[in-house]
Structure formats: structure tokens, C-alpha cells
Design a protein around this ligand. Structure first.
Ligand code: FAD
Length: 494
């Protein structure tokens, strides 16, 4: 343990991770901490990361962001889920929505009743029992009373960082522009003591938050922490990104379209669409990927396509000595379920909960690392599921995904569901039962049996139970305004 009081926090990097960290720390702990953020205009940010999950709504609320002002500033739209096109089979699609589907019994989830319904000839889709999913399909949205619709945002990541910067600076965070050229460490402990910028300016700190993106300037560059490589499970290692003009009203969901060696994202904002192709360089060249993407976009490109290289995996430790890695510096899982910004927010909250005010303690470091690794591994397994459980065998890439070995925990989950439709959510994992069920069904796994509790209903009771849920969903969806009208009105009101 270092007995030193931790007061000077230096955040290295001003991308989404850096400014989310600066805003939360300055807003919540600004009075007791001295916060400096260093960013380099010359280097810039990764410039992608526009689809989110509902947890961002909580982050924004916790740090006191006004939603209307935020949506207007970031040209955001609402997001109710993700549509997966061509993932199970070419020509087929399903939506993983953020909502709850049907009504669970404590012994067995709703899908058991739905499965019995199928057997009885009530052959509505699983998604027909989910309001968020039907609203997404009908391109509708509204904030509803009580629990309402469960939603996230599509946003302009650069504008979001700018929005947060304003807030962080208002709460006392200091911004320093410049490129860090060297890092100074204590000769004995190896702790980072300061960083030096081009031109010679030295910035000292007690705790460093490494938000330097894929460069991982401190956690890897200085501390050589090491990396667990997950590319044997998630072989994509490249992306092409391009923004296009919008050609139609924004829809309230992300599209993920599988191609021969990866998949394409389509993220509709108010003023433009974010597009990209994630692919595996073993099977497709950069130029061929650019050609695939450019022939599958809908509007006029606003910028030239950009190639981004990555290595899927996680840092061996996310907190090492007095450096905490947040964002891309801490590891990367491809954006198939839009989880990176969520992981940023989780690390920031965890750091604040364990803030080493009176000195850094190894037990805190170990706990932080264990929790972060656990979360990342859970998300990793959920992403592998999409690739591995596919009926596609039409290209070498899909054959590799279908035939590859997968983590034991994931094998177990798939076996539980395939056999008897069982799904569990241990330790409050990010993806709840309904997410796993939607994706497993969507990718083509049908459980071999349903829970006998579903047989306790008479045919008529089951019929009425299912019809009642569907009719509530339909009626509520019908009353919702169009997503585009709602966004326009909502943002105009700021
Ligand atoms: P960056 O944005 O790269 O920022 C790094 C910062 O460090 C910059 O300010 C840079 O100037 C600074 N820096 C670096 N080196 C130095 C130096 N020497 N001196 C000074 N400053 C320095 N996430 C989602 O949640 N949803 C998505 O839809 C999504 N899509 C993605 C698509 C792709 C292809 C990729 C690669 C990522 C995606 N992500 C997504 C992840 C998301 O983009 C990142 O998690 C997020 O942008 C945070 O990045 P960052 O702040 O860690 O790094």
C-alpha cells in the first residue's frame, strides 16, 4: 500500500472514456480531487462508438445530464434494440430488444408458455409479446409513465465528448492540450509519477486514469501489464467506418447485417447515419471490405471510409499500481452489442466506489480487476454466442465460427437452453435472461422441452393468457407517436 493521500488525478486521453471519467469524477468528487485531463488534437480520438445500451441512461441521470439538451447536442435518437440480419441464415432476421417479453412465472420464464403455445398451434413470434420490439418494428417511441419503454441512444460520439467536456470543466476539471512524449515512474515502486508533453511541460499526479485508447500509453506502454488475446473466439480484427447522409427518418434500433466475413452496422442519428463493417482480415482484405461496405450503404458518404485495426481481448490487469485503464486501453470487444461505453461507465463507477483516498491498497486493486474481468468475460461469451450458434456454413469465416471451440461457461449455457429452455442470470450479469433467450431463439436454438408449469394452464387459459399480452402490446404500440416526430418535438423543446 502507498500511504500517500490520493488527490491529484490525471486522466490521459479525451475520447469518450476520458470525458466520461472527467465528468463523473469532477461532478461527484470535484470538491476533494484535483482533476486534470490531457488530450492531443494531433492524435485525435477513435471517432466511432455511437450505439449504446440502456445503462447510459443511468449514467446520464446520475451525473445530472438534462436528456433533452443532451439529445439536441449529440443529435441523438432513441434505441430500442438491435436487428440481426443474415446471422442465423441469409435472408432471416430477428431483433434483440431491450424490453421484457411476456410475463414470467417465478419457476419458469415466459418463453416456456410461448413454447407450449407453439405446440398448441398459437404460432406468434416470441417478439410479438414485447412492446419495445413491436415499437421498434413500427418505428415508434415515447417516454411512457411508470417503467415505460426501456431504451438507449444512438449518438454522435464526438459531440457527446464535447458536451461532457463542458460539464467537466464547469465542475473544475482542467484540460491540457498536448502530446505526451514520455512517462516518468518511481524507480522503486514503478508507480507513475508524471507525464511529459511535447515542449517539456510536466504534469504530476497521484492516480492516473489511462484513457489513451488503443495506444494504452500508461497501462501497457509504461507498465507492460500484458493482454489476454481472445481472437481465437472472436476472430474479427478490423473495421471500416463511414458516415452517410440520412435518406429516411431514423429508426429506433441499430441494424447489424452479417456479411461473408463479418458484419455491418447501421446507426441512425438525427442528421446522418453511422455505418461500418467489422471483418476478419484472414478472409477479407481492407479494399474488399471497403467495397462491401460502400456497396451496402444507403446515402451519400460524408467522409472517406476509414480503416481501424483492433485486437479483441482484455488487459491482464485493468488497475495496475497507480494506473487505472478505462475504455479501449483496458481491452476491446467488438461493438456487436454496443457494450464498450457501458464498460467505460462501469469502470468509472467502480473506481469511484473504491476510490483510494488514503492510499492504494492491493485488495482494492484485486477486487477492481476481478469485477472488471468478470464483466468482460460475460459480455465476450454473449458476443461469441451470436457467431457460434449459426446455421450459416456458406463461407470459410462462418464455418470457422460454427466449428470453433467456445468457452466452457458458454457451452454450459447453450446446453441448458437447448435441453430444457433453462436460462439463469448469476451475479447480476449485464445481459438478463430475456437477452439470452432472444438471441438463442433468433440464432436458431429451439429448446427440446418446456417447463411442466406451462401445462398447468388449460388450453383456454393459455390461449387467453397469450392473447391478452399480445393485445396489450399491440394497443400500446398503436398509441405511440412516430419515433422521428417524437425526437423532433423533444429536441425542439430545449
Ligand atoms: P479514444 O477515442 O481513442 O481516445 C483516446 C484519447 O487519448 C484521445 O483523446 C487521444 O488524443 C488521447 N491520446 C492518445 N495518445 C496520447 C498521447 N500520446 N498524448 C496525449 N493524448 C493522447 N462502443 C460502443 O459503446 N458502441 C459502439 O457502437 C461502438 N462502436 C465501435 C466501433 C469500432 C470499430 C470501434 C473500434 C469501437 C467502437 N466502440 C463502440 C468503442 C468506442 O468507440 C470506445 O469505447 C470509445 O470511443 C472510447 O474510446 P477511448 O476514449 O477509450 O479512446
Amino acid at each position: 500500500m502507498t500511504a500517500q493521500t490520493i488527490k491529484r488525478v490525471v486522466i490521459v486521453g479525451g475520447g469518450t472514456a476520458g470525458w466520461m471519467a472527467a465528468t463523473a469524477l469532477s461532478k461527484i468528487m470535484g470538491g476533494v480531487l484535483d482533476i486534470t485531463l490531457i488530450e492531443s488534437d494531433q492524435i485525435g480520438t477513435v471517432g466511432v462508438g455511437e450505439a449504446t445500451i440502456p445503462t447510459l441512461v443511468n449514467y446520464n441521470r446520475l451525473i445530472g445530464i438534462d436528456e433533452q439538451a443532451f439529445m439536441a447536442a449529440t443529435k441523438a435518437t432513441f434505441k430500442l434494440g438491435i436487428e440481426f440480419v443474415n446471422w442465423k441464415q441469409k435472408g432471416e432476421s430477428y431483433i434483440h430488444s431491450f424490453g421484457i417479453t411476456g410475463k414470467d412465472h417465478w419457476t419458469a420464464g415466459f418463453w416456456h408458455f410461448w413454447l407450449r403455445g407453439l405446440k398448441e398451434g398459437i404460432d406468434y413470434k416470441f417478439g410479438d409479446y414485447c412492446l419495445e420490439l413491436i415499437a421498434a418494428e413500427q418505428s415508434k417511441f415515447a417516454h411512457l409513465p411508470k417503467l415505460g419503454l426501456n431504451y438507449a441512444y444512438h449518438l454522435d460520439a464526438t459531440a457527446y465528448a464535447g458536451f461532457l467536456r463542458k460539464m467537466a470543466e464547469e465542475h473544475g476539471a482542467k484540460r491540457v492540450e498536448g502530446k505526451i512524449t514520455s512517462v516518468q515512474q518511481n524507480g522503486e515502486s514503478g508507480y507513475v509519477e508524471s507525464v511529459t508533453l511535447e515542449g517539456g511541460k510536466v504534469i504530476e499526479g497521484d492516480l492516473f486514469v489511462d484513457c489513451s485508447g488503443f495506444r494504452a500509453l500508461l497501462i501497457e506502454g509504461a507498465l507492460h501489464t500484458g493482454y489476454h488475446d481472445w481472437t481465437h473466439w472472436l476472430p474479427c480484427d478490423s473495421a471500416i467506418a463511414v458516415q452517410t447522409e440520412a435518406v429516411s427518418d431514423p429508426i429506433p434500433y441499430t441494424k447489424s447485417i452479417a456479411h461473408d466475413s463479418g458484419w455491418q452496422w447501421r446507426i441512425p442519428l438525427q442528421h446522418r447515419v453511422g455505418n461500418g463493417l467489422v471483418f476478419c482480415s484472414n478472409y477479407q482484405s481492407d479494399q474488399s471490405a471497403i467495397d462491401t461496405l460502400m456497396s451496402n450503404i444507403e446515402g451519400k458518404p460524408l467522409v472517406d471510409p476509414r480503416v481501424i485495426k483492433f485486437r479483441t481481448g482484455t488487459r491482464r490487469k485493468h488497475w495496475n499500481k497507480n494506473v487505472v485503464a478505462v475504455g479501449l486501453s483496458s481491452g476491446f470487444i467488438e461493438p456487436l452489442e454496443s457494450t464498450s461505453i457501458h464498460l467505460i461507465q462501469r469502470s468509472i463507477f467502480r473506481l469511484m466506489q473504491m476510490f483510494p483516498h488514503t492510499g492504494i491498497v492491493q485488495a482494492d486493486i484485486d477486487e477492481f480487476n476481478a469485477q472488471t474481468s468478470y464483466e468482460m468475460e460475460h459480455i465476450r461469451d454473449f458476443i461469441i454466442l451470436h457467431y457460434h450458434v449459426t446455421e450459416r456454413r456458406d463461407t470459410p469465416f462462418w464455418r470457422q465460427c460454427a466449428n470453433m471451440d467456445i468457452p466452457d461457461g458458454l457451452k454450459h449455457r447453450i446446453a441448458l437452453f437447448r435441453d430444457a429452455g433453462r436460462v439463469f442470470r448469476p451475479n447480476d450479469q449485464l445481459f438478463a435472461e430475456n437477452s439470452w433467450v432472444q438471441v438463442m431463439l433468433g440464432q436458431g436454438i429451439m429448446p427440446g422441452q418446456y417447463h411442466p408449469i406451462a401445462d398447468r394452464m388449460t388450453d383456454e387459459e393459455l390461449h387467453n393468457f397469450l392473447a391478452h399480452i399480445r393485445s396489450n402490446v399491440e394497443k400500446t404500440a398503436m398509441q405511440l407517436p412516430s419515433h422521428n416526430d417524437y425526437v423532433q418535438q423533444y429536441c425542439k423543446a430545449t
